[in-house]
Write a protein that binds this ligand. Structure first.
Ligand code: HEM
Length: 409
């Protein structure tokens, strides 16, 4: 068996620099061609495997010998300030069978059918937000006005946050991820958690027919802990609410901002979409593939040695599946660097793969489809209000983002 641990000096440092703030680091293309399974050094000196080809990415993400447990020794941490959301543990960081049992409770809430039922409410929310932008008049920063507001309001709807509290919920969520100081961010997160705790306690007393209400009903069922169904405590329900908020908020917001920006920079694609709005679903999947904004969300730690293409990934070693690299693999997506809104990109890995594949993918895609199609239909003269070079990009580590998008029409 080959032994890779003997060749560890001079490993490149991960994450790699980007030359184009909106595209993947060029090093991905080189590695994919020359060393698709290679090792990198992280900021803290730890080493991890980096996977850059589509086929290897799928094989690994579906392999039961890898673990998602973030507190496990060897799990790759890629930035110093990366802390689990308020230190809570949810099923994202569990392995089957515990993961399967928890995830099963939420699957019915995010099916294609359930998302179809939510579409009119999502459409209404998008229309209301665009009405507000129009009333305010240009220029408007699209990030708070639409990109962040939409997923926050949609999650409110799903969780069953009363209308009167939605503004509070939205402003705290915004501060939690975009606060200017650690104190501000921490205070907003604590307030939000406290709010959700009260909401859950309230729903226990006065049952409601929404996601939180249904989880609480399950938790209260006598014998609910028997068999495969985990019995949830009130704290578990609070953690699930925070997880859904954390997982669906910035991801959808960043995709929406970068999706709008990409179409503003590509007048031919925009014109094609306006002429044939039925192309929006495939365009959204292609944008998800091409932008791959959650590139390093797919990280794991090896539980038992895995032999892959002549390499041995040893138990306890970290693995980073760079989904942005896998999504540009020409073997899977011919001419992968080209954005082609007519391509069938549904097999992309921007939502991950295997047991942890994004639970909210149909919801996220519906929000993107509805927001992009409505925005370009209602504001046909939409344009950037500042030169492209003036946009602030967050140096994309885990999530690729533009922090402000001033637009006019
Ligand atoms: C998991 C991306 C939207 C809820 C994931 C994963 C990725 C991802 C890559 C896999 C993580 C892993 O393998 O460890 C995205 C992107 C989105 C998006 C790019 C943009 C539209 C959403 C939405 C929700 C959501 C709207 C729900 C409100 C979740 C949950 C998981 C997850 C709960 C964990 C699933 C599990 O561990 O079983 N997402 N996501 N996501 N996502 Fe999303």
């Amino acid at each position: 068996m080959p032994n890779d641990s003997t060749q560890e000096s001079g490993l490149p440092t991960f994450p790699f620099p980007r030359t184009d703030p909106f595209g993947p680091p060029p090093e991905y293309a080189r590695l994919r061609a020359e060393e698709p399974i290679s090792k990198v050094t992280l900021f803290n000196g730890a080493k991890a495997w980096l996977i850059t080809r589509y086929e290897d990415a799928c094989r690994l993400l579906a392999d039961p010998r890898i673990s998602s447990v973030q507190s496990a020794e060897g799990y790759p941490v890629i930035t110093p300030n990366e802390v689990a959301l308020l230190g809570i543990t949810t099923f994202v960081s569990m392995d089957p069978p515990e993961h399967t049992a928890h995830r099963r409770l939420l699957i019915p809430e995010f099916t294609v059918k359930r998302v179809r039922e939510l579409r009119p409410a999502i459409q209404q929310t998008v229309d209301d937000l665009i009405d507000r932008m129009i009333a305010q008049g240009p220029p408007v920063d699209l990030v708070p006005a639409l990109s962040l507001a939409l997923p926050a309001l949609v999650i409110c709807q799903i969780l069953g946050v009363p209308y009167a509290d939605r503004e509070f919920f939205h402003t705290r969520t915004h501060l939690m991820v975009r606060g200017s100081t650690a104190e501000e961010t921490g205070a907003a997160a604590a307030e939000l958690m406290e709010y959700v705790r009260t909401l859950v306690a309230d729903k226990r007393k006065n049952p409601t027919d929404d996601l939180l209400g249904r989880l609480l009903k399950n938790a209260a069922k006598p014998g609910a802990s028997d068999g495969d169904t985990p019995r949830l405590s009130e704290d578990d329900v609070v953690n699930i609410a925070m997880l859904l908020l954390g997982a669906g908020y910035e991801t959808t917001a960043n995709m929406l901002t970068l999706g709008v920006l990409t179409l503003l920079r590509r007048p031919d694609d925009r014109a094609a979409l306006c002429a044939e709005p039925e192309l929006f679903p495939s365009a959204v999947q292609e944008l998800l593939r091409w932008l791959s904004i959650a590139d390093t969300a797919t990280r794991r730690v090896v539980k038992a040695d895995i032999e892959l293409d002549g390499h041995v990934l040893r138990a306890g070693e970290g693995v980073i599946v760079a989904n942005a690299a896998a999504n540009r693999d020409d073997r899977m997506f011919p001419d992968a660097d080209r954005l082609d809104i007519r391509r069938d990109a549904r097999q992309h890995l921007a939502f991950g793969y295997g047991p942890h594949q994004c639970l909210g993918q149909h919801l996220g895609a519906a929000e993107l489809e509805i927001a992009l199609s409505t925005l370009f239909r209602r504001l046909p003269s939409l344009r950037l209000a500042v030169p492209l070079e003036e946009l602030h990009t967050q140096d994309a580590i885990a999530l690729c983002a533009v922090t402000e998008l001033p637009v006019a029409w």
